[in-house]
Design a protein around this ligand. Structure first.
Ligand code: SF4
Ligand code: FES
Length: 276
C-alpha cells in the first residue's frame, strides 16, 4: 500500500488552508469481462486535498475491505506518471481534469467538497475490461512487438560521438519516446483510434540513425497490427492529443502517414520489379 497523505487541514499552494473533502463517487463495477457492469455509488469522506486520486481510492477501498466488500480494482504501479498503467476516465475525461497529468499525479485539491465524481474504465473494443477499472491493453504490447527490433550492431559501448544525431532529431525522438502507453488517446477518441500512440513509437525510432535500417518494415508492420487489433481510423478530431498526459502532438500522425506512404510505394515498386 502506498504511503497515504495525512488527513486533516492542509495548506494549498496559495497559502490558504484547505480542509478535507467529502465526495460522492460513482464508480464502474464489473466483476469480469463477461459481467454487464454497472455504476455503484460510494462515499469518499475525510479526503485530504493533498492526496492523489489513487490515494483517495485507497481510502475508499480500505473502507470497503473493513465492511467485507470487494475493493475497487484499478491498475497502478509507479504512481509517478511514468509507467502508464493508471488509466481511468474521471468525470468523462481520460486521466481527469488536469492537462498533461496522469490519474496517479492528479491531486484531490482539484476537486471541491460535495462534488460527485464519476470513475470509469477506458472504453474501447480493443481494450476489453478485465475487472472494474482495469482493462487489457495487450493490444498496445502487440503493436510494439510487431515493430520488431533494430539490427544496428550494439557491441561494446561506443564513444558518445560515434553516431552523430542532429539536435532537432534528438529532441524530437526524446519527445516521442515520452509516450507511456497509457491508452488515454484511444479512450477519448470517438473512433477509438490508436494513431497517436503508434505514431509516437514509429516517430521515436524514425528520428534516430539507429532506427533507419528497418524504418519502412517497422511502420508497415505496426500499422497492420494496429488494424488487426480493431482500433479505428484517425479523422483529425484531436481529443487524443488534448488528453495525452505526455503532450504528444498530433503532427506525429502526419509523420507516420508519410512514412507509411513511402514504405508502401517502395514495397509496390519492389513487387513490380520482381515480377518483370
Ligand atoms: S500517446 Fe499519450 S495518451 Fe496515447 S498512449 Fe502515449 S502517452 Fe498515453
Ligand atoms: S501509476 Fe504509473 S503512470 Fe500512473
Amino acid at each position: 500500500m502506498a504511503m497515504l497523505a495525512k488527513r486533516g487541514a492542509s495548506t494549498q499552494p496559495n497559502g490558504h488552508a484547505a480542509h478535507d473533502l467529502n465526495l460522492t463517487l460513482q464508480v464502474w463495477r464489473q466483476k469480469s469481462a463477461r459481467d454487464a457492469g454497472r455504476m455503484v455509488t460510494y462515499k469518499a469522506e475525510g479526503i485530504s486535498p493533498d492526496m492523489s486520486f489513487l490515494e483517495m481510492l485507497d481510502i475508499v477501498n480500505e473502507g470497503l475491505i473493513k465492511r467485507g466488500e470487494e475493493p475497487i480494482a484499478f491498475d497502478h504501479d509507479c504512481r509517478e506518471g511514468i509507467c502508464g498503467t493508471c488509466g481511468m476516465v474521471i468525470n468523462g475525461v481520460a486521466h481527469g481534469p488536469e492537462r498533461a497529468t496522469t490519474a496517479c499525479q492528479l491531486h484531490m485539491r482539484h476537486f471541491h467538497d460535495g462534488d460527485t465524481v464519476t470513475i470509469e474504465p477506458w472504453r474501447a473494443r480493443a481494450f476489453p475490461v478485465i475487472k472494474d477499472l482495469i482493462v487489457d491493453r495487450g493490444a498496445f504490447d502487440r503493436i510494439i512487438q510487431a515493430g520488431g527490433y533494430v539490427t544496428a550492431p550494439t557491441g561494446g559501448a561506443q564513444d558518445a560521438n560515434a553516431i552523430l544525431v542532429p539536435k532537432a532529431d534528438a529532441d524530437a525522438a526524446f519527445d516521442y519516446a515520452a509516450c507511456i502507453g497509457c491508452g488515454a488517446c484511444v479512450a477519448m477518441c470517438p473512433n477509438a483510434s490508436a494513431m497517436l500512440f503508434t505514431a509516437a513509437k514509429v516517430a521515436h525510432l524514425g528520428h534516430l540513425p539507429q532506427g533507419q535500417p528497418e524504418r519502412d518494415d517497422r511502420v508497415l508492420r505496426m500499422v497492420e497490427q494496429m488494424d488487426v487489433e480493431g482500433f479505428g481510423a484517425c479523422t483529425n478530431i484531436g481529443e487524443c492529443a488534448a488528453v495525452c498526459p505526455k503532450e504528444i502532438p498530433m503532427d506525429v500522425i502526419s509523420f507516420m502517414n508519410r512514412d507509411l506512404l513511402r514504405a508502401t510505394r517502395r514495397k509496390d515498386r519492389e513487387a513490380k520489379t520482381s515480377n518483370e
